[in-house]
Structure formats: structure tokens, C-alpha cells
Design a protein around this ligand. Structure first.
Ligand code: BGC
Length: 735
């Protein structure tokens, strides 16, 4: 009996298998059902019946940069929106883009999307959602414009840092957790950018062509999960065109898929200035026009022109009523008519800052640690060289729409000084300099990025020689990882490669820390420096988190949410020459082979694979089994394994289950992620992990039948701790 209880206690729940999330959404097969409540719907109809056409239309377009008018006489409040995905943006003037200069809007700044995804821990996404919800409410916001969940298609994507991954399953698990938590605080999310907005170059004019299969298997699943499992209240239509039509007026996307297939009952809004028509957009399912670049709000597509279109019989009034109903439904769900019972909000309390620290600490990915040079034993060294612009640069306040006015931001140098400065001599050298003085996020900032400054390098070499250990903080900044522009190449800018090589020659105890939100070329340094830690943009607690990892107080447990290629031309969109497209058209010829699906299928050795990350301890995966060998198409595969911490430190491993279909009537990726679980273990501890996968999730999208298909036959379950480190495989059959 006791043995049984003990065993039950140590079984780790499969919080990240598709099945678990299906159960979470269960009760209502589709979380959008929870937006409908018959009493509420009656109230909505009653309100609409009292509105004039002018009043109805006033709810369908902004009255300023981030607000939509209410209707006072009917008690309908103004709707307040705010950016962004990893913190509530500071207040912007009503009618221009300047900041309003408030003193109460210094927010908690989380590590952005790729960092969150690198934690592979949906609980942290959930914590972030709760904090953002509380801070949004403190600021009296009703809609927070995030999460950003577009697929990372190219290492050059300017907004990769805001998004999460190249893998739709990882995105889905993180996004659903974030959305549910945030909306539980009476704030609507806006899932963006719907859809296939995978580059910034010509983002507002490029036309994306993608096969239906790749669309369904790669680009849609995150949005589907966000809407049908997460219950997202609002969705933001992207700038780009999709198969010839703007996303904001795309009948196929907005009516057929979002409304009909996903059952979306909330508000579909435009991205800022992404509306292009009145009648077409109105008839195809758009509700709310935001950010249009016309001074007089009455002249926007969904203002006077919509009234005129109704009067001329081009748009039925019932269509307008549906849009108004969508807006009111979101208002009811976020308790805008019930302020007494609504979340009051909190701003930047210590619990919020702790959540930001936890995300930064769990996100860092240890890429290389030759000779176990990390962690640094600060009790045993006398001096440390801290080198590089990113040792002192603050990043929260840049990146354009996701920029945050952080209450504070701890840089790595500050944290190292504060934690170890009393006993260890800290020798700082600039090493390299950000060349541009433009505001970060203007593409002009990427100019001169191949300058090598030998004066700075020589100074750095000198301090490296005088120190026991060297830490170089390099990588990118928001001149590169930014909205509006893609990166021009994958290089480490400002001569950093030379800096790192020269410093490592001067002192072999050199650790490189990469601060960046999208892949960079590491080929020039992997064989020159013993240790590389990828610490992302770490939010307001960046410095504290990275210092704790370097010193071993925290054991790194992050895993790459994208592949790092050796060089850009390894990467699918670039190998095929279809990024960023030609003549304002981009054809996603790599099809379903995005990210590791391409590298693994084509047997290309990347620099570091998807899902990869080291620890200061070791782990062993054993006793991998499934409950059956032969499954029916509606079954669930219950897989089980034991994971053991084989080292002497507390740590966490991310157990990853990939599946491949070796014999198929269509080309299938070599393997695809279907379940994962982050497991925390004391030294020597073993836990049992259960991972469930629906057989239905092994399907591919059959373009001829326009439906999902699981072909009978053999499938291989591959268990590992990265897409390239598979330690156990098992074959199962589907009848
Ligand atoms: C971005 C959105 C953002 C909006 C409002 C647009 O340029 O694409 O992600 O939410 O601006 O700032």
C-alpha cells in the first residue's frame, strides 16, 4: 500500500502532452463555447436593439491610438487596449505615438517570447499571464496585445524574439497556458499576428503562398490551440496578404477557418493600419479597425464608409450587429459591466519581479561547457573580466511595439558587482561597441555592424590577461531583434567574433554569454571558447538570473526553441532562396520542413539542434514503455519512462517525445515533437514520467481529401533531450 502511494506521488503528470491539454479544454470541446452564455447573449441583443447605426459603428473602430469609444447613454464603457506580449507598455498619447509621460506605468518586464519558450515550462507561461493580467488591470486596460505566436521561419525574422518557436506544438502549449492565466484576470488577450506573418521585410505588402498542408501542420496549430483550447477573446489580423488577399479581409482565413472551423466568438481586430477595405473586410469577418493612418477617425474604413455601405445595402445590418455582439461579448467576459467584481490589479510588486526572474533563470540555455569551466566558483577566484556591450546594455525599452518602461533593469555587470564585487576584483572592458546612435529598432541601427574596433579588442585582451576568468557578454540588441525590419545576416555584429577569439587566446578560461532573441552564427567561436551560455533578452531581472547561472546558484535548464544553423544557407527558407521573396510574393517552398523538420529530414548537421541544452548535472532516461503495441485510430498512446538525475546537483531535464512515420504516402518530417515534460530532480532522484499522445495527433493533412489522415502501419516513438539526441526508441502500430 505504502509503496503504491509513494509511486503515485512521484509520477509526474503529463502536463505537456496533447492529451492533457485536450482534457483541460474538455467539458466544452471548444473553449470558445465558454464565451457564450444565454443570459449574456440576451443582454447583448437587448443592448444592440437600442443602438443607432452610428452607435453600433462607433464600437467597430478606434477613437485614438489604443482606445475604442463606449456609448455612455447605454452604459457601455470605452475599450482600452495596450501592447504587449512580455509587459504592459507605457501609456501612449491618445493621438500620437509619443509616450504620455505617466509616472505610474513602470511595468514588470519579462524575457520576451523565445526566452519564455526556451523554459519549456508552461507553468512559467501561466505565471507570466497572471502577472500581465494584474498589471494590465492596474493600468485599467481591457485587452493586452499578445501573445505573439507566429512560427520562426527564418533566423533573420526581426520579430523572432517576440515569438516563441519554430515548432507549433511547443508554441501551442506555452500559448494556451499564457492565455488562460491572463484572461483569468479579466483582461482579453489578442493573439497575433493572424497569420503567416513570418517576416518583417515588406510585412505590410507581401503575399504569402503556402501549401494547404504546411499551413495546417505548421502555421495554424498555435492559433487553433490559442482559440479552441486557450479560449482567446480576441485575435489580431496580420499586415500581410495570404494567397492574394489581405489577412484583415480574407474570407478563407476569417470566415471559413477562424469563425467556422475554430468556432471563434470573440473580436477579430486589425493590426495597426492593416485595414484595406470596408465592404470586403466587413463581409469576411473583421470586427474592429485599429491604427489606420487617417487623421479623422470618422473616415476610417469601419466608420462613416461602413455606415454608408449599410445604407446602400452593401453590408447587411445583421453583419454589423454580429460585430457589435462580438465586442460586447468580450466586454462581458472581461467583466467590463461588473467593475465591482473585476480584478483590481497590482503593479510591479515583488512577486511579479520574482516571476520575471524565474523565467529568465529557467530560459538560459547552456550550449557548451568544455572542461566544466562553468559554473564559476567565485570563492576560489580573485578576479574576473567582464567584457562586452551587453554586459551593461538594457534591453527592455527597445524593440518597438513590445518595448517596456521597466521599473528597473539589472544588467549583468551590475549583478556580478553586487553579488561578488566584495570578494572578487571585477575588470570591465567594453570590447565592442554598438555602432548606431539611432533609436534601437530603426533599421539604420544595423549599419556598420561589421566594424572591428581593435582598440577596444586590445583593451579587452589586456583585462582578460589580468583576470582569472573572463565572461564576454555579446550577441545582438534591438537594432537587430526588432519589429519592422529583418536582420540582414546571421553574423555576430561589431567584430565580436574577432573579439571573442582574441580574448580566448589571451585567457582560455573564457565564457561567452549570448544575449539575443534569434539565431546567430556561432561557427567562428564554438571551437575557440570553452563555454557558451545563451541567456536571451532576460527582462528586468536579466543580470541577476545570468549571474546566478554563471555562479551555479541556478542550474541551467533551458532548451533551444529553434535550431541554430552553422550558416544561414543551411536553413530551409534560405537554402531554397525564398526569404524574403521576390516582387512582394513569398512562396514557402520548404513546405512542412520548417526548422528541425528540415535539418533532420535532410540530414543536415546544425550548430545546435532544436530542443538542445546542457545542465551542470546529468540525466538518464530509462524504462521507456508504452501501454500497448497496437493502437486504434481513436486511442491514446500512454508512454512512460524513468528519468534520473545522475549528478550531484539539483536540476531539471526536459524530456522530449518525437514521433516519426517511416512509411507514408506523403513526405513526412523525419520526426515531430508530440509531447514534452520538464522534470525537476534532486541529485540521485528518479521520477516516473507519463507522456500521452493521441493517435489522431500522428496524422498529416491530406490535401486531396481536405482532412487529417493517420495511415495504418508502424510509427516510431523517439525519446530524448533534443531533436538530435534520441536515447530510446519504440515502435508501435496503428490499425
Ligand atoms: C504591431 C503589433 C502591435 C501594434 C500596436 C503593430 O505595428 O505589429 O504587434 O500590437 O503595432 O502597437
Amino acid at each position: 500500500m505504502n509503496v503504491l502511494i509513494l509511486r503515485l506521488k512521484i509520477v509526474v503528470k503529463t502536463c505537456c502532452s496533447a492529451f492533457f491539454f485536450m482534457l483541460l479544454a474538455a467539458g466544452a470541446a471548444n473553449a470558445q463555447q465558454s464565451l457564450i452564455n444565454s443570459k449574456q447573449e440576451e443582454k447583448i441583443r437587448a443592448l444592440i436593439s437600442q443602438m443607432t447605426l452610428h452607435e453600433k459603428v462607433s464600437l467597430l473602430h478606434a477613437n485614438s491610438k489604443f482606445y475604442v469609444s463606449g456609448i455612455k447613454r447605454l452604459g457601455i464603457p470605452e475599450l482600452a487596449l495596450s501592447d504587449g506580449p512580455h509587459g504592459v507598455r507605457a501609456e501612449i498619447n491618445r493621438h500620437d505615438w509619443a509616450y504620455a509621460g505617466w509616472t505610474t506605468d513602470s511595468a514588470t518586464c519579462f524575457p520576451p517570447g523565445t526566452a519564455l519558450a526556451a523554459t519549456w515550462n508552461p507553468e512559467l507561461a501561466s505565471k507570466q499571464g497572471l502577472v500581465l493580467g494584474e498589471e494590465a488591470r492596474f493600468r485599467k486596460k481591457d485587452v493586452l496585445l499578445g501573445p505573439g505566436i507566429n512560427i520562426i521561419r527564418s533566423p533573420l525574422g526581426g520579430r523572432n524574439f517576440e515569438y516563441m518557436s519554430e515548432d507549433p506544438f511547443l508554441i501551442s502549449r506555452m500559448a494556451v497556458a499564457y492565455i488562460k492565466a491572463l484572461q483569468s484576470k479579466d483582461v482579453a488577450v489578442s493573439v497575433k499576428h493572424w497569420v503567416a506573418n513570418n517576416q518583417e521585410t515588406h510585412r505590410d505588402s507581401v503575399d504569402v503562398q503556402v501549401s494547404e498542408r504546411a499551413f495546417r501542420e505548421i502555421y495554424l496549430p498555435g492559433f487553433k490551440a490559442a482559440v479552441t483550447e486557450g479560449g482567446a477573446y480576441t485575435v489580431m489580423a496580420a499586415y500581410n496578404k495570404f494567397r492574394g488577399d489581405w489577412c484583415s479581409e480574407n474570407e478563407y482565413l476569417n470566415r471559413q477557418i477562424l469563425r467556422n472551423e475554430f468556432g471563434f466568438k470573440g473580436v477579430l481586430m486589425t493590426d495597426w493600419a492593416a485595414a484595406h477595405s470596408t465592404v470586403k473586410a466587413a463581409l469576411s469577418g473583421l470586427d474592429l479597425e485599429m491604427g489606420t493612418d487617417i487623421k479623422d477617425y470618422n473616415e476610417w474604413y469601419f466608420a462613416n464608409p461602413l455606415i454608408k455601405a449599410v445604407e446602400e445595402g452593401k453590408v447587411p445590418v445583421s453583419v454589423v450587429d454580429e460585430k457589435v455582439a462580438d465586442v460586447l461579448r468580450v466586454m462581458f467576459k472581461t467583466k467590463m459591466f461588473d467593475e465591482d467584481h473585476r480584478e483590481k490589479g497590482k503593479m510591479n510588486i515583488s512577486g511579479h519581479q520574482k516571476a520575471a526572474y524565474n523565467s529568465a533563470a529557467e530560459a538560459a540555455v547552456l550550449l557548451q561547457n568544455k572542461g566544466n569551466i562553468l559554473p564559476v566558483n567565485f570563492n576560489k577566484i580573485q578576479s574576473i573580466a567582464v567584457i562586452g556591450d551587453n554586459a551593461t546594455r538594457k534591453h527592455c525599452g527597445a524593440g518597438l511595439s513590445s518595448e517596456i518602461k521597466a521599473l528597473y533593469e539589472i544588467t549583468p555587470l551590475q549583478a556580478i558587482k553586487q553579488k561578488f564585487g566584495a570578494s572578487v576584483k571585477i575588470n570591465f572592458a567594453q570590447g565592442y561597441e554598438k555602432q548606431s546612435t539611432f533609436k534601437e529598432g530603426s533599421n539604420r541601427g544595423q549599419g556598420n555592424s561589421d566594424n572591428v574596433d581593435w582598440k577596444l579588442i586590445n583593451e579587452a585582451v589586456k583585462v582578460a590577461r589580468e583576470s582569472d576568468v573572463v565572461i564576454i557578454f555579446g550577441g545582438l540588441n534591438h537594432d537587430f531583434d526588432t519589429e519592422s525590419f529583418d536582420k540582414q545576416n546571421m553574423d555576430l555584429p561589431y567584430g565580436q567574433e574577432v573579439l571573442m577569439q582574441e580574448v580566448a587566446k589571451a585567457n582560455p578560461n573564457t565564457v561567452v554569454v549570448i544575449v539575443a532573441g534569434s539565431p546567430v552564427k556561432l561557427a567562428g567561436i564554438v571551437n575557440r571558447v570553452p563555454a557558451i551560455l545563451w541567456s536571451w533578452y532576460g527582462g528586468m531581472e536579466a543580470g541577476n538570473a545570468v549571474a546566478d547561472i554563471l555562479s551555479g546558484k541556478v542550474n541551467p535548464s533551458g532548451k533551444l526553441p529553434f535550431t541554430i544553423p552553422v550558416a544561414l544557407d543551411q536553413s530551409p527558407a534560405h537554402a531554397l532562396g525564398n526569404f524574403p521573396g521576390k516582387d512582394l510574393k513569398v512562396n514557402y517552398e520548404e513546405d512542412v520542413l520548417v526548422g528541425y523538420r528540415w535539418f533532420d529530414t535532410k540530414k543536415i548537421q546544425p550548430q545546435f539542434p532544436f530542443g538542445y541544452g546542457l545542465s551542470y548535472t546529468g540525466f538518464a532516461l530509462n524504462n521507456f514503455s508504452t501501454d500497448k503495441k497496437i493502437y486504434e485510430k481513436n486511442d491514446i498512446i500512454h508512454a512512460k519512462l524513468m528519468v534520473k538525475n545522475t549528478g550531484a546537483r539539483y536540476g531539471a531535464e526536459v524530456v522530449q517525445l518525437y514521433v516519426s512515420d517511416p512509411v507514408s504516402s506523403v513526405l513526412r518530417p523525419e520526426k515531430e515533437l508530440k509531447a514534452f515534460q520538464k522534470v525537476f530532480l534532486q541529485p540521485g532522484e528518479t521520477k516516473t514520467v507519463e507522456l500521452d499522445v493521441k493517435v489522431g495527433d500522428l496524422a498529416f493533412y491530406d490535401e486531396t481529401k481536405k482532412s487529417w489522415k493517420v495511415e495504418a502501419g508502424e510509427f516510431v516513438l523517439q525519446l530524448g533531450n533534443s531533436s538530435r539526441n534520441i536515447s530510446k526508441t519504440l515502435k508501435i502500430s496503428v490499425k
